[in-house]
Design a protein around this ligand. Structure first.
Ligand code: DMJ
Length: 673
């Protein structure tokens, strides 16, 4: 090695590291001497000639290399790779959605790419690990050769810490990979972020974040295939005649707009995921990426857009892990927030999502009780995912306020609430049907979502069910069907909306979560009644509203239908409850009942050129009077619940891990049972 003229001329400089050997030491003045003693002495002399700084630096380097060597032998190679992948992914995500930076990346699970122009999405194609140049496998992967630039400058302590972080990141990535799957296999929810206000204790961390082996996919059966066929037929109509619009008008081969936000398409996204309709999903995703714009001067109903759009996007995000859907959910969530700017904090019914203004309906300053109390699952989840508390705060405040209100009757609530005073209005009328229904549903479901800790919710739910038993239950003649009627100023009415048929499912869900066993008994009797609402009509399809006979009359069935009530809107509630009942009891009769209903939908509501239609008259099989409209919930809810009902795979949306919003969009339970 060349030592330069200075080294040859005088004593070596001591302010830099030099391991250059002078000619005498290198070869030895008296000729070549390679004895051990000579070598030891020579090395020692060299060492002593070094400055203190030089010695410290060499010692430090040795220590550094030794520690890195030991640690990296086990895991650095893989971890390194994972970090590199992650940073590549993040980089891609941000490049692909310019302007859409994650507000709180720290609390978000690692997002998948959100490529607006790309048609595919990661989980649908075989999962090949991305190729990384120059990264070898195995223990020798201690990447001292090619560490990241910033790593070279780290102190030993920092390095060890960084290595530990890499190991953690690696574990997290492995877990994430193991829980992403397509329909038919386990779909694990992403529960591993914390609600902003409640810290989940280490011991309560959901099982899904521990590595879980995936089980074999359960094959799809004949009935499920029939649901897929029905969905495809409905989708064909929507695609051909209403693409990107709110609802299909299958007879006139056109569409109707409500909010102008592609309602059916968004409502159907997670159904397609669950049914395994990859191509359809991919096409719909493209539309969301390229054409779904919320910056529009349009009034939307807060409740409907929350349960269908926000709920649909959130659940699709959870199933697909595609950050596109979360970004869209954040966008619509933010745009809905002006609704809460009222004197009482009880939200207005309508919001202009482009202008950021909100207002009640033209004729009143009241909001509907079910509407203001059935947006909580979605906004709470949005807070959990974004780390932004404002969403949860706004909806929790509504629940807390309603909890304290007077005007309830043994836990039963009136149907209206004033946005100025915050008080119930139109007191004295109690129903589990329209305008109150999902208040009861969301009491239980929020309690489940939050890990069964929010006692006020449970208290209100239990009280309300007691109120139902005390005031609203009656038995019909001749079959003695137990039904849920209504109470108006002390007068019982034997009227029951089809909407009430959500109740058996909700009761069963409560019983499954440890609530009173008699709730399950009640669920069993009520689902029989709901089924009879179908069986006792000429088409085998339920009308919108029935009146039960309280007295036996010759030639009369239990169910009476008024001319104004004999329409069927393809609603999901009975099928929804059948799904819960089958999941919790395993009694095949529930599947058979659902199968009959599907066949009757096919018989009376299917439009040959594509799509299904609401009908005006369930009592006339020869002419059910098609209404020329396919509601978005037929794809979002009815067919989804059908598919799940016919499945024997309890992990296909496991009810201990997911809670369905009122539009059948599954959201993760924060602390699963
Ligand atoms: C859906 O939008 C929701 O299920 C809501 O809670 C009630 N109405 C329809 C379905 O019938």
């Amino acid at each position: 090695m060349y030592s330069g003229p200075a080294a040859a001329a005088g004593p070596p400089r001591r302010d830099f590291i030099s391991v250059a050997l002078g000619p005498e030491e290198a070869v030895g003045v008296g000729g070549y001497n390679n004895s051990k003693a000579w070598r030891r002495r020579s090395c020692w002399r060299k060492w002593k000639q070094l400055s203190r700084l030089q010695r410290s630096v060499i010692l430090f380097l040795f220590a550094f290399l030794a520690v890195c060597g030991v640690i990296s032998y086990t895991s650095v190679g893989e971890a390194w790779k994972s970090i590199t992948n992650k940073s590549l992914d993040n980089q891609r995500t941000q490049e692909e959605i310019p302007g859409l930076k994650l507000a709180n990346p720290a609390v978000l699970p690692a997002p998948q790419k959100a490529d607006a122009s790309r048609g595919d999405y990661p989980e649908l194609s075989p999962q090949k690990p991305p190729k990384l140049p120059h990264v070898r496998r195995g223990p020798s992967n201690l990447q001292i050769k090619a560490p990241r630039r910033d790593m070279r400058l780290k102190t030993l302590h920092d390095t060890v810490k960084a290595v530990e972080e890499l190991v953690e990141a690696d574990k997290a990535e492995k877990t994430e990979k193991s829980i992403i799957s397509w329909r038919g296999a386990v779909i694990e929810p992403d529960q591993n972020t914390e609600p902003p206000s409640t810290k989940i204790k280490e011991s309560e961390k959901p099982s899904s974040v521990q590595a879980e082996d995936q089980k074999e996919p359960v094959p799809i059966n004949e009935r499920q295939l029939a649901v897929i066929e029905a969905f495809r037929h409905a989708w064909k109509g929507y695609k051909d005649f209403a693409w990107g619009h709110d609802e299909l008008k299958p007879l006139s081969k056109s569409y109707s707009e409500w909010f102008g936000l592609g309602l059916t398409l968004i409502d159907a996204l997670d159904t397609m995921w669950i049914l395994g309709l990859k191509e359809e999903f991919e096409e719909a995703r493209k539309w969301v990426a390229n054409d779904l714009v919320f910056d529009k001067n349009v009034d939307v109903n807060l409740f409907e857009s929350t349960i269908r759009i926000l709920g649909g996007l959130l659940s699709t995000y959870h199933l697909s892990r595609d950050s596109l859907f979360l970004e869209k959910a954040k966008d619509i969530g933010n745009r809905l927030m002006p609704a809460f700017k009222t004197p009482s904090k009880i939200p207005y019914s309508d919001v202009n999502i482009g202008r950021g203004t909100a207002h009640p309906p033209r004729w009143t300053s009241d909001s509907t009780v079910a509407e203001v109390t059935s947006i909580q699952l979605e906004f709470r989840e949005l807070s959990r995912l974004t780390g932004d508390e404002k969403f949860q705060k706004a909806v929790d405040e509504v629940m807390k306020h309603v909890h304290t209100l007077s005007g309830k009757n043994d836990g039963l609530v009136p149907m209206f609430i004033n946005t100025n005073s915050g008080q119930f209005t139109h007191l004295g009328v109690y129903t589990l049907g329209a305008r109150a229904d999902s208040y009861y549903e969301y009491l239980l479901k929020q309690w489940i979502q939050g890990g069964k800790k929010e006692n006020e919710l449970l208290e209100d739910y239990m009280k309300a069910i007691e109120g139902v038993k005390k005031h609203l239950l009656q038995r019909s003649e001749p079959k003695k069907l137990t039904f849920v009627g209504e109470l108006a100023h002390g007068h019982f009415s034997a009227k029951m909306d089809h909407l009430v048929c959500f109740l058996p499912g909700t009761l069963a869900l409560g019983a499954h979560n440890g609530l009173a066993a008699d709730h399950m008994k009640l669920a069993e009797t009520l689902i029989e009644t709901c089924y009879q609402m179908y069986v006792q009509t000429e088409t085998g399809l339920s009308p919108e509203i029935v009146h039960f006979n309280l007295r036996a009359q010759k030639g009369h069935k239990d169910v009476e239908i008024k001319p104004a009530d004999r329409h069927n809107l393809l609603r999901p509630e009975t099928v929804e409850s059948l799904f819960y009942m089958y999941r919790f009891t395993g009694d095949k009769k529930y599947q058979d009942w659902g199968w009959e209903i599907l066949q009757n939908f096919n018989r009376y509501t299917r439009v040959p050129t594509g799509g299904y239609t609401s009908i005006n008259n369930v009592q006339n099989p020869r002419n059910p009077e098609p209404r020329d409209k396919m509601e978005s919930f037929f794809l979002g809810e009815t067919l989804k619940y059908m598919f799940l009902l016919f499945s024997d795979d309890i992990d296909l949306i496991n009810l201990d891990k997911y809670v369905f919003n009122t539009e059948a969009h599954p959201l993760p339970i924060w602390v699963p049972a």
